[in-house]
Design a binder for this molecule. Structure first.
Ligand code: NAI
Length: 464
């Protein structure tokens, strides 16, 4: 039996980052992880493998659609799907191996197996019980499904995001349930690979919760890339054989029932916290009605010595939100003052163009009765974006009408996921649109569009 200052359960972005910070702060730290590799959903079957496939298929799309325009003539590359999957696996392997290296470097013990908490201060893995002054639950989340829809990632035709990364072949027809982040990222991958992709979404718009301008533009651009959308449709069930599936949905507007044939159905209707088997309820740990572990402002549960972070608790299910909480809870455990500013957590969709948002939306602010001004700038006015055929999309900044303080932003365009951070930093400092407008931006960069949007909050942009 080993004794630790902290045992963290789960080695996803929340858990592994927390462990590294705990070790840096001088705490004797162990992480329990039952997967064969570190990194959790994000590195193994989420963010990282999907980005590899998005990268590969983006190049294919460029070759097929834009190379000839630039004088790059010749046959477009053909797709070797098995090779593409092995490239993806290599990328995953490099990243998960990197975490293992960081664990060794920081003297963090990896306890291999699945943990239970038999009592406060004790973590059981297999037959061994380890002692810990504090335990951090970082067990993440798992995909949800729908009644009448049975997911089978082991060779079945109805899959979730994990199965969609490992399809034996590129499907002719792919039906996606849910026009959220996963549905649109993986839908894009397969559309670029030649699948006929139809996305069935319950709401009357895509990416619920996002800025309405972005929703409209994003849908149009995805349609241009060949994705089909059936909106306002409640999926009733999926009938699956070994090789085909029939999806039944009802249109909300007239209650009419329809079917959709597909070779593969991807279920992307959200995720739920995963805390099964830990024994938390038996210890008296409180949960929200949505199954999230309840925590206070310092990630402490109601049971002394048990903390929780990431997808397992309230808040957006994002790797970087979990990472921030992981670092902050480590500081708390080391007697410092960990803090996360939940008002400035960016969200990114890694399609082409990328979509990135931060802060509040125009609709949310108006509903709160806030007086706001909008600065919008189209990438059509950005020389660099036009040079790479990415003139569609825009930067939208939302600032307080009186103080000019930045309250939110949405970008749909090239490298949006990187550009959003200049706005995040400004917001962290309580910055104004004018602060960005007065900052020199290199030319020619996509980032100039952010400055132009900031200028649009004042006397006006230059290139519009
Ligand atoms: P999501 O919450 O983003 O989207 C789910 C979609 O399914 C919603 O549009 C919802 O209205 C729709 N839906 C729900 N029930 C339905 C039904 N019965 N019929 C039709 N549509 C239905 O969830 P998603 O895409 O599964 O992602 C899960 C989590 O993982 C999210 O929290 C997401 O933020 C995170 N994630 C983040 C990524 C990123 O940051 N780039 C990438 C992938 C996932």
């Amino acid at each position: 039996m080993a004794s630790y200052d902290v045992i963290i359960i789960g080695a996803g972005p929340g858990g592994y980052v927390s462990a590294i910070r705990c070790a840096q702060l001088g705490l004797k730290t162990a992480v329990v992880e039952g997967r064969d590799t570190l990194g959790g959903t994000c590195l193994n079957v989420g963010c990282i493998p999907s980005k590899a496939l998005l990268n590969a298929t983006h190049h294919l799309h460029e070759a097929e659609h834009n190379f000839a325009k630039m004088g790059l003539k010749g046959k477009s590359p053909s797709v070797d799907w098995d090779q593409m999957k092995s490239y993806k696996d290599d990328v995953v392997g490099q990243n998960t191996g990197g975490i293992e290296f960081l664990f060794k470097k920081n003297k963090i013990d990896w306890i291999k197996g699945w943990a239970t908490i038999p009592a406060v201060g004790k973590v059981k893995v297999g037959d061994e019980v380890h002692e810990a002054k504090n335990i951090v639950i970082a067990t993440g989340s798992v995909p949800t499904s729908l009644p009448g829809v049975e997911v089978n990632n082991d060779g079945g035709v109805v899959v979730d995001s994990t199965g969609a990364l490992e399809l034996p072949k590129v499907p002719k027809k792919l039906a996606v349930i849910g026009a959220g982040v996963i549905g649109l990222e993986l839908g894009s991958v397969y559309a670029r690979l030649g699948s006929e992709v139809t996305v069935v979404e319950y709401m009357d718009f895509i990416t619920p919760g996002m800025d309405a301008d972005v929703q409209r533009t994003f849908k149009k651009l995805l349609e241009k890339q060949g994705l089909n959308f059936i909106l306002g449709a409640a999926v009733q069930g999926v009938d699956a054989s070994k090789t085909k599936a029939k999806l039944t949905y009802k249109l909300k507007k007239d209650d009419s029932e329809h079917t959709l044939d597909a070779d593969v159905v991807l279920v992307a209707t959200g995720r739920k916290p995963f805390t099964d088997g830990l024994g938390l309820a038996e210890l008296g740990v409180e949960f929200t009605p949505r199954g999230q572990v309840k925590t206070d402002a310092h990630w402490a549960t109601n049971v002394k010595g048990i903390y929780a972070i990431g997808d397992a608790i309230v808040g957006p299910m994002l790797a970087h939100k979990a990472e921030d909480e992981g670092m902050a809870v480590a500081e708390v455990l080391a007697g410092k003052h960990g803090h996360v500013n939940y008002g400035v957590i960016p969200g990114v969709i890694y399609t082409s163009p990328e979509v990135a948002t931060v802060g509040q939306t125009e609709a949310q602010l108006k509903e709160e009765g806030r007086k706001v001004k909008i600065g919008k700038f189209s990438f059509m006015g950005n020389a660099r974006a036009k040079a790479v055929f990415q003139g569609d999309g825009f930067v939208k900044l939302i600032a307080d009408a009186e103080t000019d303080r930045l309250l939110g932003a949405a970008i749909i365009g090239p490298a949006a996921g990187d550009m959003i951070h200049e706005i995040c930093v400004a917001m962290e400092y309580g910055g104004s649109a004018q602060d960005i407008a007065l900052t020199c931006h290199a030319h020619p960069t996509y980032s100039e569009a952010v400055r132009e949007a900031a200028l649009a909050c004042g006397d006006g942009p230059i290139h519009a």
